[in-house]
Design a binder for this molecule. Structure first.
Ligand code: NAD
Ligand code: UDX
Length: 466
């Protein structure tokens, strides 16, 4: 067809849910159906109570409210949605492989392959298949082979359209994208398919922000973008360690170098380490791909970004133990923030998990507070590490709903996520309730350290003089 009127998206997760909600919001003439195998997730997307959507994103519920039931639908009826659609987005998870060749490095593409096979099996009309998941460069080739292998008369075009939204700002990022990237075949049919998708985005994205490339550039741009972003965080975090030895101040440095328009001021906030489902996974994948082409120097270069990030998490945890007179055994430590960044309930690869695990190995008692993360998620994250038994985790870790209660009578407070509400706490009151000396480790440099020191706290700030 000349115009797309029916879209299906496979995968109702952090990407599929918000992305398709915005497409439905902006494209009134397009029916958008988001499908998933996970019945619980689909039920949550259909929940009357918009506070119970499966993911928390500022602005998301308002978008779902206008579009759902109008031209936005969530269902587990995958086959029907695929067959009815002219354009199918694959937005399933592509985690790091946990088995076999490439274990711990390569992206696991089994869910993507399953989607391709299902599309091949049930399609009775021509389809444009769009890679929305983050995929290794040249995956489109494999998808094409699988789609063709079914041998029916249906024609498929494959596009790559990676997603650049960040969690916590997903809706704004989608509404005001820096750019939309669409890769496709360079022949006439490929160009037509690209144009169909450009038309969808043109409902709200200015034309000059829609970039079109060949498929491989588009696939590889996504891994490259995440690698560059993560590299900035590791670069500033590396400098934070040096600052602590030299009385230089990492925030002053970030400001000074960020003023250089060639460097730019964003993404230079030193932290306890980057988390999230993407950065580590995508860099590991990039490293794996480079190695598979025999490009060892390239692989080692990017691997350092991960190594520095692990170092930063470990360094922060070590600092706590060292400062607390080399032992935290039996000591109450409050952890503020479990999400990998503010304004999300996502905890995947959060630095908190690794800092907590380190402290638990030292037999600390942890009192954890996060405004959006559920208790069962925190236990699941720790259990997943298999460092100790589930019973021990429940014995040593307490998830507390009230932050003041979490900090009450504690030896130390560690801030691991930059939630705004932490800045507004009554730190005078907290200080009075804590054991003395009252230690505060700010892993995000969000609270004015001088103010805390004048209250009486002993503070540790990343990248500041000791
Ligand atoms: P997610 O785990 O939140 O969601 C994926 C969903 O796909 C799950 O609900 C799962 O049940 C479903 N699924 C898996 N296989 C299926 C199948 N065969 N049929 C139907 N449903 C199936 O993952 P996510 O965070 O949305 O990430 C999806 C992709 O987008 C990944 O490749 C990721 O790298 C990429 N990405 C993520 C972000 C982010 O911020 N989370 C940003 C950009 C790109
Ligand atoms: C990232 C990319 O930004 C996004 O474009 C891509 O689509 C998915 O991966 P996300 O992981 O959701 O998004 O969040 P992001 O804002 O990039 O933060 C990732 C991690 O880096 C967080 O733990 C964050 O706290 C940390 N970070 C970010 C810093 O420590 N310092 C910074 O200056 C920026």
């Amino acid at each position: 067809p000349e115009k797309i009127t029916n879209i299906c998206c496979i995968g109702a997760g952090y990407v599929g849910g918000p992305t398709m909600s915005v497409i439905a919001q902006k494209c009134l003439g397009v029916k958008v159906t988001v499908v998933d195998l996970n019945q619980g997730r689909i039920d949550a997307w259909n929940n009357e109570d918009l506070d119970k959507l499966p993911i928390f994103e500022p602005g998301l519920k308002e978008v779902v409210e206008v579009a759902r039931g109008r031209n936005l639908f969530f269902t587990t009826d995958v086959d029907k949605a695929i067959d009815e659609a002219e354009m199918i987005f694959i937005s399933v998870n592509t985690p790091t492989k946990t088995y076999g060749v490439g274990k711990g490095m390569a992206a696991d593409l089994k869910y993507v392959e399953l989607c391709a096979r299902q599309i091949a099996k049930v399609s009775t009309s021509d389809k444009i298949v769009v890679e929305k998941s983050t995929l290794p460069v040249r995956t489109a080739e494999a998808i094409k082979t699988i789609l063709k292998a079914e041998g029916n008369k249906v024609k498929f075009q494959i596009l790559s359209n990676p997603e650049f939204l960040a969690e916590g700002t997903a809706i704004t990022d989608l509404h005001y994208a820096d750019r939309v990237l669409i890769g496709g075949d360079q022949d006439e049919e490929g160009q037509k398919a690209i144009q169909r998708l450009v038309d969808v985005y043109s409902h709200w994205v200015p034309k000059e922000k829609i970039l079109t490339t060949n498929v491989w550039s588009s696939e590889l741009s996504k891994l490259t973008a995440n690698a560059f972003l993560a590299q900035r965080v590791s670069s500033i975090n590396a400098i934070s360690a040096l600052c602590e030895e030299t009385e230089a101040d990492v925030d002053e440095i970030a400001k000074a170098i960020g003023a250089d328009s060639r460097i730019g001021s964003k993404f230079l906030k030193s932290s306890v380490g980057f988390g999230g489902s993407c950065f580590q996974k995508d860099i590991l994948n990039l490293v794996y791909i480079a190695r598979s082409y025999g490009l060892d120097e390239v692989a080692e270069y990017w691997e350092q970004v991960i190594m520095l990030n692990d170092y930063q998490k470990r360094r922060f945890a070590e600092k706590i133990v060292k400062t607390l007179f080399n032992t935290v055994s039996g000591k109450k430590i409050a952890i503020l923030g479990w999400a990998f960044k503010k304004d999300t309930n996502d905890t995947r690869e959060s630095a908190s998990i690794y800092v907590a695990d380190y402290l638990l190995n030292e037999q600390a008692e942890l009192y954890i507070y996060d405004p959006k993360v559920k208790e069962e998620q925190i236990y699941a994250d720790l259990d997943c590490l298999n460092t100790r038994s589930e019973e021990e985790n429940r014995e040593l870790v307490h998830v507390i709903k009230d932050p003041y209660q979490a900090m009450d009578d504690s030896h130390a407070v560690a801030i691991l996520t930059e939630w705004d509400e932490f800045k507004r706490y009554d730190w005078d009151k907290v200080y009075k309730s804590m054991k003395k000396p009252a230690f505060l480790f700010d892993g995000r440099n969000i609270i004015e350290s001088n103010a805390l020191v004048s209250i009486g706290f002993s503070t540790y700030n990343l990248g500041k003089a000791k």
